[in-house]
Design a protein around this ligand. Structure first.
Ligand SMILES: CC(C)(COP(=O)(O)OP(=O)(O)OC[C@H]1O[C@@H](n2cnc3c(N)ncnc32)[C@H](O)[C@@H]1OP(=O)(O)O)[C@@H](O)C(=O)NCCC(=O)NCCS
Length: 415
């Protein structure tokens, strides 16, 4: 079956996490992704957090499926020529080097345009133009600068970063959308363009509701769905909301049976207004369904602590899965707190290809997260990540280099 991005060639000049997540998605959608790595060393993640000596790390293998790897020293004059040939042959160049690195290599936007006016040049940077544009940035820096950390955690504790890689993988997703959009525009204009996804911007985009809340706070001084209401105090900035969810549908994480020993024996429970009467029935507080202090969502807001404590008395008598079963029968929105161990073993995620077992020539079998986006006409087959330089000869031959030329370039250290 054909793939959505069949025929699209990507010069993948990415490393670490943010860029590779983007090009991995494009590869899963069918693009031919040629990853250019530094000769001899490769993407630094190949050797980071290794669990098996001398074998590509899971960090690398889980971010670089379905790609081909070529090694080129792009600071070597002959290596530069090979890169130029690749630029002429590819549709998109994706990079996430530190600001200015591509220019220092000699590949400015103007130079790339000269070589290939149709080329789309897509970059992840930590910050967009402004005071921090020259800074190097990693995941947690972006979470802090994008508003996630100041709004995550509990009121009485420090800012907290989330385990979800919203700065790296989140920005990779943003960049992938920018690339396919630019590819679509190119079908009308015939021209390439630059695509920039700044990590601060990507995180802020995902924190959109918190900027909403800042403006509500500025106007009214209070937000009734936050745990600070009614007994705590609000300052000038959006506070950390613990595990609270939105206004009409307050939620909280509640203990379930076994919480004393299992750190994940919890459930997220949402007191959705339309099912309030059912919630009252399930937890044995039928009188709350008609009591004016509890019957409406606005009346409940100042009493959420007490309400969740009562619901927790019920959830603590059930495991998170038993509670899920009972609550779902009544259409009460809730979710078990799943550990990574539980997720890895979940059969339904294996069935849909969201969790995939992959075989690797030096590592053996390992689990990875497959393509989370399912296209009915473009199925994803997850293929192992390439070994360093595994496809150098193959790609060089496609560029028109003869075996003798390839061998000479290798001797010169260009590839
Ligand atoms: C992630 C980051 C902090 C890593 O920094 P770093 O390890 O110092 O790596 P850099 O991007 O600065 O690149 C290092 C050098 O390798 C060089 N290099 C990369 N590939 C090369 C190749 N194939 N051949 C020769 N040189 C190469 C670059 O030209 C650069 O050289 P320069 O500093 O002399 O210009 C930085 O790349 C960055 O801020 N990227 C943008 C934001 C981002 O994506 N962050 C998320 C990472 S998950």
């Amino acid at each position: 079956m054909s793939k959505a991005l069949d025929g699209v060639r990507i010069l993948d000049f990415t490393h670490v996490q943010s860029g590779p997540t983007c090009t991995q998605l494009l590869a899963w959608f069918g693009a031919d992704v040629i990853k250019v790595e530094r000769a001899g060393a490769g993407d630094i993640t190949r050797e980071q957090l290794r669990d098996i000596p001398d074998v590509d790390s899971l960090y690398f293998t889980m971010l670089n499926h379905n790609k081909r790897s070529v090694t080129i020293d792009t600071k070597n004059p002959e290596g530069k020529q090979v890169l130029e040939a690749l630029i002429q042959k590819c549709d998109v160049l994706v990079e996430n080097f530190a600001p200015g690195a591509l220019d220092r290599m000699g590949f400015t936007w103007e130079r790339i345009q000269e070589l290939n006016p149709c080329m789309i040049v897509a970059s992840v940077k930590g910050f967009g133009p402004g005071p921090y544009e020259d800074c190097k940035v990693y995941e947690n820096v972006a979470q802090c600068a994008g508003g996630a950390a100041s709004t995550t955690g509990f009121d009485d504790g420090p800012p907290v970063v989330t385990g979800a890689q919203i700065g790296d993988s989140g920005t990779g997703l943003h960049l992938a959308l920018g690339i396919v959009t630019a590819l679509y525009q190119r079908t009308h204009t015939g021209r390439g363009q630059r695509v920039l996804a700044a990590m601060q911007d990507g995180v802020l985009n995902l924190c959109r509701v918190k900027l909403r809340d800042q403006q509500r706070l500025d106007r009214t001084g209070v937000m009734k769905e936050y745990p600070q209401y009614p007994n705590g105090t609000f300052g000038e900035a959006v506070p950390r909301a613990g595990n609270a969810s939105g206004g009409g549908q307050p939620g909280w994480i509640l203990k379930c049976k076994g919480w004393e020993t299992d750190p994940n024996a919890y459930i997220y429970f949402i007191t959705q207004a339309p099912v309030w009467a059912k919630i009252c029935n399930v937890i044995g507080k039928e009188e709350w369904a008609t009591d004016p202090d509890y019957a409406t969502a606005p009346a409940r807001l100042p009493r959420l602590k007490e309400i969740f404590a009562e619901i927790e008395r019920w959830t603590m008598t059930k495991t998170k899965f038993e509670a899920m079963q009972i609550l779902n029968k009544h259409d009460i929105p809730c979710g078990p707190i799943l550990s990574m161990k539980e997720i890895a073993a979940e059969p339904s995620l294996r069935k849909t290809g969201t969790i995939v077992e992959v075989d690797h020539p030096t590592r053996g079998k390992y689990l990875t997260v497959g393509n989370p986006i399912k296209l009915s006409d473009s199925p994803t087959e997850v293929l192992r990540s390439p070994l360093l330089g595994e496809h150098t000869d193959e790609v060089m031959a496609e560029l028109g280099y003869s075996p003798e030329q390839i061998s000479a370039l290798r001797t010169a250290g260009a590839i």
